[in-house]
Design a protein around this ligand. Structure first.
Ligand code: FAD
Ligand code: NAD
Length: 461
């Protein structure tokens, strides 16, 4: 039986990054993955393909509707959906191949098959060639998550799909109904809306993007409405029936809605089944998440868990940081993730990004707050780009001025948030951010101006 310091089950951003870091630190590592390609949900059917389609559809719209404003004449503009998908597939392949290359480079043994725990320090893998057993000092569960079921709405992978299907539809639906106004619903709703679908979004709560700062989410809702998205909140879908090429959704207390395609985007759940957790004594909580302590240790000796499988936001960068911290703990005894600084980004147009606490959270906690807001409309670069929608909002402690939350809706918000994360990691005050020289003309000046605005001294408004 092959023996390793670490055997990891799952090669998503949690598992593959843990594998690389552990190997960098001199541990022998095997990584078990049931799919033929490495990279997990994020690389194969999540972050990467969705961003590829968002990019392509955004460029189409830019060429069709906005290039003329810059004096660029392109004539009539059309898109080729098959070519967009082919490009997306190539982007995904470059990334999955990239992970395979990194495994080779770091001498990580790749095991293709479905793994499960099989007693202390042992993993059994069902491979195409039969069963293979691996022994390890440490076993890491990094099996990620999958789409959560929605009662009454059965995914048939044709008319009713999840994000996986919605990333691959070969024709633009006439009427797409998205259930759930969260990240996936708004990102993929945007893609198909840009390509010509009528997009209706049905959300159970009375707001979109739960968890995000309410003021920013409200502004986002207005922007999506302007883009033609029909968002209905406070709506409960109770059932779905497919007849031919149409889906009829029944709603509680409201008329049925008929769609050509339905995207179920109401959240994800951890892949904690079929891993032999019960037999191994690994505790799972009521939501199917593997319970871990602050060192990622489960209730079974020598078994650890990271990423979407455990508590915390289901985000690729969070899974990666879990992986790095765990590998460092196993090799050196030390590792750390600051979960207060995991930024969230929605890659719509404009982008929406946030880090730290929202205004509502701070109010509920009774924290005194000073707030600075600055609009992109007053920024020279944003005007030059014709991208003046949105704003940056900085929340600082009322007494100490320490930055507690930064919330952005606007062009490149996902990139701009990195400055806020770095500032908060170094416990910056809004005064610190305001006094840093920001190059001109850049979108980042909006962050500086919002910091100045905390003290009522923004310069360009
Ligand atoms: P996963 O990526 O789910 O990887 C787990 C791996 O384990 C999979 O490859 C799976 O095949 C494998 N596996 C499971 N069980 C077994 C087993 N028994 N044996 C062997 N292998 C097994 N996050 C962001 O931060 N930014 C984004 O822009 C973003 N966009 C997204 C878009 C979509 C459409 C979706 C669905 C998700 C998106 N996410 C995004 C979330 C992100 O994909 C996840 O948070 C991330 O992939 C979690 O990483 P992980 O390693 O924990 O799990
Ligand atoms: P989500 O939790 O972001 O949003 C789900 C939405 O569906 C919520 O607004 C929720 O209130 C609503 N909802 C739940 N049940 C409902 C019902 N019965 N009827 C109507 N609405 C209902 O989940 P998601 O969009 O499916 O994304 C799953 C995960 O993937 C998220 O945790 C997210 O972090 C991650 N993800 C991240 C990104 C990114 O970082 N850009 C992109 C895509 C996905």
């Amino acid at each position: 039986m092959a023996e390793f310091d670490v055997v990891i089950i799952g090669a998503g951003p949690g598992g593959y990054v843990a594998a690389i870091r552990a190997a960098q630190l001199g541990l022998t590592v095997a990584c078990v993955e049931r799919e033929a390609a490495l990279g997990g949900t994020c690389v194969r059917i999540g972050c990467i393909p969705s961003k590829a389609l968002l990019e392509s559809s955004e460029r189409y719209l830019e060429a069709r509707d906005h290039l003329a404003d810059h004096g660029v004449k392109v004539g009539s503009v059309e898109f080729d959906l098959a070519a967009m998908h082919a490009r997306k597939d190539a982007v995904v392949k470059a990334n999955t191949d990239g992970v395979a290359y990194l495994f080779k480079k770091h001498k990580i043994e790749r095991v293709h098959g479905t793994g499960r725990l099989a007693g202390a320090g042992e993993v059994v893998v069902e491979t195409a060639e039969g069963e293979r057993r691996l022994r390890a000092k440490h076993v890491v569960l990094a099996t990620g998550s999958r789409v959560a079921d929605l009662r009454g709405v059965e995914v048939d992978a044709d008319r009713i799909g999840t994000s996986t299907e919605a990333l691959a539809w070969d024709e633009v639906p006439e009427h797409l109904v998205v259930i759930g106004a969260g990240v996936i619903g708004l990102e993929l709703g945007s893609v198909w809306g840009r390509l010509g679908a009528k997009v209706s979004v049905l959300e159970y709560l009375d707001r979109i993007l739960p968890g995000m700062d309410a003021e920013i989410a409200k502004e986002a809702r207005k922007v999506f409405k302007k883009q033609g998205m029909d968002i209905r909140t406070g709506v409960r879908v109770t059932g779905a029936s497919v007849k031919g090429e149409k889906v009829t959704l029944s709603l509680e207390g409201a008329d049925d809605v008929v769609a050509d395609r339905v995207l179920v985007a109401t959240g994800r759940k951890p892949n904690s089944e079929g891993l032999g957790l019960d037999e191994a004594g690994v505790q799972v909580d009521g939501q199917g998440r593997v319970v871990v302590d602050e060192r990622f240790a489960t209730s079974a000796e020598g078994v650890y868990a990271i990423g979407d499988l455990i508590h915390g936001p289901m985000l690729a960068h969070k899974a990666e940081e879990d992986g790095v911290a765990l590998a460092e703990m196993l090799a050196t005894g030390h590792g750390h993730v600051d979960y207060g600084l995991v930024a969230s980004v929605v890659y719509t147009d404009p982008e929406i990004a946030s880090v730290g606490r929202s205004e509502e959270e701070l109010a509920a906690q009774g924290v005194p707050v000073r707030k600075g807001v600055f609009p992109f409309a007053a920024n020279g670069r944003a005007r030059a780009m014709a991208r003046t929608e949105g704003k940056v909002k900085i929340l600082a402690h009322g007494d100490t001025d320490r930055v507690l939350g930064v919330h952005v809706i606007g062009p490149r918000a996902g990139d701009l948030i990195a400055e806020a994360v770095a500032a908060m990691a170094f416990h910056a005050s809004s005064e610190d951010v305001a006094r840093v020289v920001h190059a001109h003309p850049t979108l980042a000046e909006v962050v500086k101006e919002a910091a100045l605005a905390v003290d009522g001294r923004a310069l360009h408004i």
